[in-house]
Design a protein around this ligand. Sequence first.
Ligand code: ATP
Length: 528
Amino acid sequence: MGEETSLKKITAHCKEYGFIFPSSEIYDGLAATYDYGPWGVLLKQNIRDFWWKSMVQLHENIVGIDAAIFMHPTTWKASGHVDAFHDPLIDNKDSKKRYRADQLVEMHIEKLQQKIEREVQKARKRFKEAFDEDKFRSESPRVQKYQDEIQQIRQRLHTALQNQDWKDLHALILELEIADPVSGSRNWTEVRQFNLMFSTQLSNIADERGTLYLRPETAQGIFVNFSNVLKTTRQKLPFGIAQVGKAFRNEIVARQFIFRMREFEQMEMQFFVHPGTEMQWFEHWKEERMRWHQVLGFPAEDLQFHTHENLAHYANAAVDIEYRFPFGFKEIEGIHSRTDFDLKQHEQHSGKKLRYYDPDRQEHVLPYVIETSIGLDRTFLAVLSHAYTEETVPDAEGKPTPRTVLKLPAPLAPIKCAILPLVRTDERLTRIAHALFDELKLYTQCHYEEKDTIGRRYRRQDAIGTPYCITVDFQTIEDHTVTIRHRDTLQQERIPLDQVRSAILQKTELQTLLSDFYQHLQDLPAVP
Ligand code: ATP
């Protein structure tokens, strides 16, 4: 499946089967804004729960909070967002399309990288078994030329962004002869900076003092509550504070479905450590978070680290975990060593001390921070992209038939089990099926359905990723057994009615995923 086709298919599937709808669709929608439907909200809730429990429940030294979206405006002055949370934008005068200027340059760099890969492929074909890729990459004059070019462009881009030198960024775009990807035109406007924060006004204060921002990240709600949490939980360094919540960014170019939205949800954890230990903790969290993604079922080759060379002003190390989305490897989570920047800034702007008293050393410490920041919507998209499968399977008569199935990890599936009486016209079957549904619904999310042929009902459950279907048929009346159908293997087996609950719960409870993750952490080296 081509990249575009695959994202288009996933988007269409999400809409058709009640996972994600375009926001306010009856008014033709709102760009880059989406609503989660009945099954989407359950899947999202399960991913959120898994993250929350992996952080707060599995770690004695991590606690959670839920801070307000609105915060005192000085928060954003202190964090640097008022002065430095911009993107450089540029418009094409012919196509009237707007772009992020730095992304146009990044796209140019990607093209150069593709040229390098093509050189390598050609050489591999030419030299066959004798091909030494490392040697070729370091010695081929063409590859070297492209590498140098990339290096120089990266350096210039970095300097322009650091110094907010939009004139030079504009000059770079012209020098590289970058064309509008849609129209091919090189007729560009100047580069302008654009603050990504949405603002609104407090009703009783009209001027700048009344400006409120919709938080562009959840992290600051954690920093400003540092002392409150410390006092009330009596945590010792190192410890973490976790939070899940909405964040808002006025993205210049928002596309690729729920990958880049203007309203999205973040799951963030700030881990406070003794200064000087931050690099060990950075390595620790990098590894722990990668294992979390692997437990979600993503194959190792679809995940990679991307280490930042150009660091944000507050960071002394940063890495992204990237997932291979249908449109290529892209960031799903960022792990940042934020130094003591945020706490220090808030101390200065608030005049309040944000220190930890270390009883052993008998001194007040301004902790350093390691942040893990993951997008819930991006994780949802990754889980869904991995699960989405088109395949041909035998129908009831053994005839090959196409089906679309979401092979979701069972504990994440919106519906864990569908209960289906074979026919709806026989009250003996529907009565048993209803009783089973009433029993199971106290424990887990199930679904009762009696309309349509059994084959059609199976297909519908496949399309929303239900791992198990229980069919109540005529044999059930005789011997109190039902068939349990497995979504992925299509296998059907008969089990006693009174064993259904334990069979389903054993395989679908979130606890199975948590235990798996916990096992994966056992050989993670302890930070001294
Ligand atoms: P990008 O470079 O893709 O814009 P970022 O580096 O600005 O992302 P962070 O500020 O590190 O992102 O935010 C942490 C996480 O929040 C990201 O890894 C991503 O999963 C999520 N996220 C950020 N911006 C968006 C958005 N506009 N839509 C959906 N998720 C987002």
